[in-house]
Ligand binder design. Structure first.
Ligand code: NAD
Length: 374
């Protein structure tokens, strides 16, 4: 993520008319070789290996947290105490308790803050939100989300350490729930409002894996797969499914929303498209042309589509990296306008509440109230 964020800081003023300019002061990585490489490739002024130095540095205004989940809380709280703006990768924290500490720290310090739920910034997903706001879906009945990958199927994949910390419960906090479903939950609540209660089932298919750091076979504590049912405050029902065992699926992040007046469908494997079904009521004196009804596949590359006027001509697509650029542009514009961009820490805390409720439900085998306040 250090690369996607660095790219966004470098490109910000090339594409967005914000007043402020990012200056890449320092990159911190506990691995000095990686930090030095970043200085060389991305043009940072200096490298650090101790984040404490970074959060105290007087020449730094913003700390951007792109390290494994276990370190988010300490860095964010220290950064806020030092009066720095804080950008944090998702999931915000390892637990609701940690997330609450982080919210308290940024709010006490009064520093701008944001969490990198970047999929909100895919133009097609932002268009979905616009269509919901325009009332085109009508009363919502169903929300269906899937987030599927396939990279941990082999029992020979180790856990822990460099690149594989996601399989180590102590560093990741959870498996697919915090890593993948956090994205799905953030998008779902952005489009369809609060999730009030959940019932979940998780599975750990491979029970033991070699730990890269200890060199020993150790029990696997993360959820390899998770499915849950949800109730939304607006009365609609949700189903969510995530796994890293869906052979052939690399980053299949999809959702469908079905309402009385229309439906929406999005799939990150075809990110420039939003699919929309519009149910047209019989107008008085007008015939419905039912032989023409069907799903519309909207290629979201017109200047009228969210973010696209900042890029190319209609038909020319943007990519994954632009979601981080769009997010940064919103963050900076939010500071300049005084209307903070979302999701900030407080908003991301609500997603954390759903993640914790899902894991608790899977352990207890019963419905759990989320306590979400939106
Ligand atoms: N928004 C998204 O779509 C998205 C995608 C991938 C990852 N993420 C999130 O970004 C974060 C980082 O994930 P990643 O895939 O970039 O991980 P990564 O393992 O590729 O990179 C993490 C880097 O942090 C360094 N590091 C670890 N602990 C450190 C510490 N205490 N101090 C300084 N450096 C430290 C590591 O050496 C490594 O270079 C995670 O929270 C993850 O959930 C978000």
């Amino acid at each position: 993520m250090g690369r996607t964020h660095s790219n966004a800081y470098l490109r910000l003023n090339n594409f967005f008319p914000v007043e402020h300019r990012a200056v890449l002061k320092a990159i911190c990585d506990s691995d000095a070789a990686k930090a030095n490489k970043f200085v060389e490739v991305w043009g940072y002024e200096r490298a650090e290996t101790d984040w404490q130095k970074l959060v105290e540095a007087p020449d730094i205004d913003l700390i951007d947290i792109c390290v494994p989940n276990v370190a988010h809380r300490d860095i964010a709280v220290a950064a806020a105490r030092n009066g720095k703006m804080v950008m944090c990768e998702k999931p915000l924290a390892m637990s609701v308790a940690e997330a609450q500490e982080m919210v308290a720290a940024v709010e006490k310090a009064g520093v701008p803050n944001m969490v990198s739920f970047n999929y909100r910034r895919v133009p097609a997903v932002a268009l979905a939100r616009q269509l919901v706001e325009e009332g085109r879906i009508g009363r919502p009945f169903h929300y269906r989300a899937t987030y599927l990958q396939d990279w941990t199927i082999s029992p020979d994949v180790p856990q822990g350490g460099d690149a594989l910390w996601r399989l180590d419960l102590r560093v990741a906090g959870s498996g697919v729930t915090g890593d993948l479903l956090a994205h799905s939950i953030d998008t779902a609540m952005w489009l369809n409002g609060a999730i009030t209660r959940v019932v979940a089932k998780t599975e750990t298919f491979i029970k033991e894996r070699m730990h890269q750091l200890s060199g020993k076979l150790e029990a696997v504590g993360i959820d390899d797969a998770c499915m849950f049912l949800a109730e939304f405050a607006n009365g609609s029902m949700g189903t969510f499914e995530s796994t890293r065992y869906a052979r052939g699926r690399k980053n299949y992040n999809s959702f469908e929303l079905n309402g009385a007046d229309g439906s929406l469908y999005f799939d990150l494997e075809e990110p420039e498209y939003l699919q929309f079904f519009e149910y047209q009521q019989l107008q008085s004196g007008k015939k419905t042309e039912s032989h023409l009804t069907g799903w519309r596949k909207i290629h979201t590359t017109n200047a009228e589509h969210p973010y696209m006027k900042h890029y190319w001509v209609p038909g020319a697509t943007i990519g994954y990296e632009h979601t981080f650029l769009n997010a940064l542009a919103d963050f900076v514009a939010g500071i300049e306008s005084g209307k903070p961009a979302q999701p900030d820490f407080r908003n991301a805390l609500e997603t954390q509440k759903v993640c914790d409720a899902v894991l608790e439900s899977a352990r207890a085998g019963r419905w759990v109230e989320t306590g979400v306040e939106l």
